[in-house]
Design a protein around this ligand. Structure first.
Ligand code: SF4
Length: 331
């Protein structure tokens, strides 16, 4: 049985159930890299160019680990666009080239192009091409892909209920439902690219820490897509990065939600879209307290913990004093 390696990073968080199902139906065994750890990060830093963003550096570390696992193929798609008229950032598009240029001992790479910016004809062709690699007849691969989409939808239904994308994937894989966290006295909107936010090492365990501090968390995946798009469309210019638009739309929608006390945006160092989106959200916030946190390989968990604690204390104090006597967050 052929072994296909998938890195537990970047779009793993958004699409793993789809690709695992697809490759299994192609008759392959899917191997994942381990959870991110200090060594993954160090290996990624050593391999990647300095200018790369933190999550891409981490991706390099995962790929290196996979290559040591004796895999037959490395699944390394070139993700250009996952929805019409929108694009994924250039670092995603160039990922197969960057990895191939830095790592010379790679196994055969399945570097299919995912680009549905105009229509999904190219994606269908690519799916059938991958099917041929595994000796499948015309149509088999498309059916496997459709089955993968159905599995992905199960996972997305879990994240709509409040599980993080990471928790949803684990439940989908058969783990028992985690105990419900709580009790909570604060409601926080927590935003960020899924591969940063839900990777406990990249995000310094922000999800767990905030829950421990008594915060019920609202994630972008819990919102309706129509609401996100409607709010994002209020900007004077359309944000053409898929994740960036989702972050802006989610923050504006959360700002209107009377249950939410404050909003935190977790950005990654070296991320071009984040540097603009984080600032755009800050300017748009009128009634909610907002905090932008940027993480990189040098961020210390203790420093982050202190900032989160101060943020929660501030929200509780604002709530305890009368409405007339505090200055609004925007002056
Ligand atoms: S959107 Fe930002 S964090 Fe994500 S891959 Fe691109 S540069 Fe990196």
């Amino acid at each position: 049985m052929k072994k296909v390696g998938i890195a537990r990073a970047l779009f793993y968080y958004y699409y793993y159930p789809l690709w695992k199902t697809f490759f299994q139906e192609m008759g392959a065994e899917v191997l994942l890299s381990r959870e991110t750890n200090k060594l993954t990060i160090q290996n990624g830093i050593d391999l990647a160019v300095d200018e790369t963003c933190f999550p891409v550096k981490v991706y390099y570390g995962h790929v290196q680990e996979l290559c040591r696992q004796n895999i037959d193929y490395l699944f390394l798609p070139r993700v250009v666009s996952i929805e019409p008229r929108s694009y994924i950032c250039p670092k995603f598009m160039g990922l197969p080239d960057m990895i191939k240029a830095s790592m010379l001992d790679l196994p055969p790479v399945i570097d299919m192009v995912i680009d549905v910016s105009i229509n999904n004809k190219m994606l269908k062709r690519e799916i059938e091409r991958i099917g041929k690699i595994f000796g499948r007849r015309q149509g088999n691969a498309s059916a496997a892909y459709d089955h993968g989409l159905a599995e992905l939808e199960k996972c997305r239904a879990l994240s709509r209920q409040g599980f993080t994308l990471r928790e949803a994937v684990k439940i989908w894989e058969g783990d028992p439902l985690p105990p419900l966290p709580g009790p909570f006295d604060l409601n926080i909107g927590l935003l960020g690219h899924g591969y940063s936010l839900y990777d406990p090492v990249i995000s310094m365990n922000i999800v767990h820490t905030l829950r421990e501090m008594g915060c019920r968390l609202y994630f972008p995946e819990m919102l309706e897509m129509e609401d996100i798009e409607r709010e994002a469309a209020t900007l004077p210019k359309r944000v053409f990065w898929t994740l960036g638009r989702k972050m802006v739309g989610s923050s504006l929608q959360m700002e209107k939600d009377p249950r939410i006390d404050g909003i935190i945006y977790l950005a990654s160092f070296g991320c071009g879209p984040d540097s603009m989106i984080g600032e755009t959200i800050e300017r748009k916030m009128k009634d909610k307290v907002y905090m932008l946190l940027t993480v990189d390989e040098h961020t210390g968990e203790a420093g982050l913990h202190t900032r989160l604690e101060a943020f929660c204390d501030m929200l509780r104090r604002r709530r305890s004093i009368s409405h007339e006597s505090y200055l609004s967050s925007h002056g």
